[in-house]
Design a protein around this ligand. Sequence first.
Ligand code: GLC
Length: 638
Amino acid sequence: MAKRRGNSKKNTGAEEQRAAGKTAGKGKKAENDRVFEQRLRRHHDELRWLYMELYGNSDMFAELCDQMKRYYDSRKEGLKALDSKREKEGKWYRGRDMVGMIMYIDNFAGNIKGVQKKLPYLEKCNVNYIHLMPFLDSPKGRSDGGYAVADFRKVKPELGTMDDLAELAEKCHEKGISLCMDFVMNHTSEDHEWAVRARQGDGEYMSRYFFCADPSIPEEYEKTVPQVFPTTAPGNFTYLPELGHYVMTTFYPYQWDLNYRNPRVFNEMMYNFLYLANQGMDIIRIDAVPYIWKELGTNCRNLQQVHTIVRMMRMIGEIVCPGIVLLGEVVMEPEKVAPYFGTVDKPECHMLYNVTTMATTWNTVATQDVRLLRRQMDIVCSLPKEYTFLNYLRCHDDIGWGLDYASLSEWGMKEVPHKKYLNDYFQGKTEGSVSRGELYNEDPVTGDARFCATTASMCGIESAGFEHDETNMERAVIKDIMLHAYMFTQSGIPMLYSGDEIGQVNDYTYKEDPDKAPDSRYIHRGKFCWDLMENIEKEGSVQSKIFHALTRLETVRREEAVFGADAEVYTKDYSDTSILWIVRKAEGRELHAVFNFSDQDKEIWMPEVTEYTDLLNGKREVKEKAGLQSWDFLWLEK
Ligand code: GLC
């Protein structure tokens, strides 16, 4: 009896607990619903307005709202908690401790589980933001480096599974690391289910792309639409003989452009976006965003409807998963880039690439003339401080020489010969150039070309290594570190390209792979050299010098208020055109960051004779002038 009573007592306890749990669960659900309602209410009218303006379809809008709730409901509690925390914090991604790294999963660690095992290494690199290059299912040999997505809900089998990804996100969050992935919304692979059905002639699916049977339509488009890959994939349309139709393919012929005039496309792509966000992504990189809306008779870039779509996407994110950040990929001139931030009341992307500054930096390396870089920096510095840029030296793509040629021509550098000069210089063809690399999409008609190589190879580490030239190696390492210091001096988030932290050089093995060989971007998409990484503990090695220098820069940046996102920043007019001088002011401190973009050693004169702390070695002394080696830099704080 006693035992039974005991048992029954226990049962009652368990039931009570269950009942209490149920009430708590109900409470939680009610609370979640309230939060969702509140967020929806905040954006509903504007979202509906924009949606109806574009699509005029209230049933599809209602479906979108239902689905938002569904994705919200299935979002893990942990992620919801992170959302609320970040909502409270506001611009959580702008801290001066942020250091990003871009990497290919397979090159870096084989697969997603491998990346998880390597998190301690990334922590050692001070990295707290990882951009995983495209990893969704994509056909071998027709993948554009993964940017031709066949299934938005499936990871490439050789890299792992969605569960692996969600687990990696969880482990990253435990360590305070954010994860970024690409959302390729302009096109799908021709192997995507929609494309397969469209190719079978199913009208419903054909309407999700741009199909036409009449050749005069592509011809009309070609009159006004520029080419992205003039050599490797000329033209903006591909003829499908089995269907007797042309399909729009702005990028490669196997990447079919999605038709965002069709609300089904918009809705489904938003569901894919939310699905991926729910795997625990923190930053969503909207690939090739300027291209997503097409209009005959235009250049099909940056059309107003693109901004409407991004604005809607921002609101959808803020309703379902406000912890995430949208990073727009707008590889264009500054006037085209800034509008993607939207306005204070109607923001679009949270972050954008500082692409012109990147290209201009390399222009400065080749010309040893900082005038254009100063102009470019002055433009960026005059933008609202809320605008957050990603600063980088190299990424997975080529460098397109999108420079301010109006300014350059004032100084006697005309576009066509200047591009040729840059390409010759960086290929190492010019007297005195130590750079190595290859052209990309050289246009036989215009002679135009872009350029590919790693930071280290462009700085001369490859050539000095090949020639066993210690003096040149020394200089190349200094140049490489200086450029990183310059990147860390800019406001925004510094993004390292995996391998750059150990000065990895070009990888020419892509030429042996027929799938990669025509695309020279693979020269800087090589495997991460774990063997070389071992050298970071070997004093005097190239890897050790670069790695520890970057560590020092990251530490100083994290500790010093002058590097804060809200600091006042400007460039200083200095008499020597190969000296770039940046001033950052915050909390009563003043940083003088001085960079020598020249083959000559220099002596620089401080603006006032007073005490400065050298932030790299902590020494404080009165300075009137300072010596600055060729390609070196100074971080002096007043
Ligand atoms: C972006 C990617 C690039 C890709 C293109 C097409 O520009 O960075 O690598 O080729 O989009 O998706």
